[in-house]
Design a protein around this ligand. Structure first.
Ligand SMILES: Nc1ncnc2c1ncn2[C@@H]1O[C@H](COP(=O)(O)OP(=O)(O)OP(=O)(O)O)[C@@H](O)[C@H]1O
Length: 289
């Protein structure tokens, strides 16, 4: 991991012993649309994710949440500002960053085992070791008996487990998740959230948890999972408010939702988020009118 060195910079400014996992400083992203106009998706965004922290990002539809993730992933460069991972500027896609998206990134023509082995194999891990690691992760996500199946022979929840095994097998230091469970039914979704928390806790071989940025439309999901919830403004996205979530861990996603403190936090965050959702709706209505 590219953590900052303890001690002093050459300039004499004290550095923190460990650099944050992710830092966006004044990040702005302007896209050129097909009609040639400029569209600002993210504006002047400041966000810090500490090592091992689980951060959920919520905001109205189309506000710029996914774009924020693409800046951290290195898939896109900021038009202005800085994006740092482990204290270093992001210059491209990095092996220590894992992704899970709404759509599963599985190869339909490969078996479950072969899908989970693919990442390590691409990174040059010998076949026997890659197979061993893949089997270990398939066991942890409860799919040991399914390694010979093809993706179309699995349920949505099982395919999502394959996606999690595929991601965690790469020992990611940083995990970027863009509405990973939104295509699942409500029960499977809760189950997957619990499994994610369990995997996250013991995800790294050195025992440290990965640092997570989890984008979701579901405020309940955000609160149940995260250490802090970031509310984005109506587009262009910038950070509106950050809410620390002081619910104890380990958490069971279903049980924690019933706690009075959970409901209190939900109300607090919704009063901030709801306003942005309303602004977005009104803009949409103005376009239709
Ligand atoms: N490559 C691109 N070129 C032009 N505009 C883009 C591009 N990617 C995203 N946008 C625009 O930037 C804005 C933010 O998009 P983004 O996908 O980041 O939003 P989001 O908050 O993730 O949306 P949702 O909640 O609906 O998933 C949108 O208006 C979108 O149309």
């Amino acid at each position: 991991m590219n953590s900052g060195n303890p001690g002093e910079n050459p300039g004499g400014t004290p550095r923190p012993a460990v650099a944050p996992a992710i830092e966006l400083r004044g990040a702005t992203k302007v896209f050129r649309t097909p009609s040639g106009a400029d569209h600002t998706a993210v504006r002047d965004l400041d966000l810090t994710v500490a090592q091992g922290e689980f951060v959920a990002v919520v905001g109205p539809t189309g506000c710029g949440k996914s774009t924020t993730l693409t800046l951290v992933s290195g898939l896109e460069e900021p038009t202005e500002g800085e994006v740092l991972v482990g204290g270093e500027p992001v210059t491209g896609i990095r092996p220590e960053v894992g992704f899970v998206f709404q759509q599963d990134a599985v190869f339909p023509w490969r078996t479950v085992l072969s899908n989970v082995m693919a990442g390590p194999r691409f990174r040059g891990v010998p076949k026997t070791e890659a197979r061993e690691r893949a089997r270990d992760w398939l066991g942890r996500v409860g799919l040991a008996a399914f390694e010979d199946r093809y993706p179309h022979q699995l349920s949505g929840g099982q395919r999502k487990r394959v996606a999690l095994a595929q991601t965690f097998v790469g020992d990611p230091e940083i995990l970027l998740m863009d509405e990973p469970f939104s295509a699942l039914d409500v029960q499977t979704r809760a189950l997957m959230s619990d499994e994610l928390l369990e995997l996250w806790g013991g995800s790294r071989p050195d025992g440290r948890a990965a640092s997570v940025v989890f984008v979701t439309h579901d405020l309940e999901e955000a609160i149940a999972l995260a250490d802090k919830v970031v509310v984005m403004t109506a587009g262009p996205a910038t950070v509106k408010e950050i809410f620390p979530i002081d619910l104890p861990r380990p958490r069971s996603v279903e049980a924690v939702r019933l706690e009075p403190r959970f409901i209190e936090i939900y109300r607090e965050i919704w009063s901030s988020l709801g306003e942005e959702v309303r602004i977005t709706r009104e803009r949409g209505a103005a376009h239709v009118a």
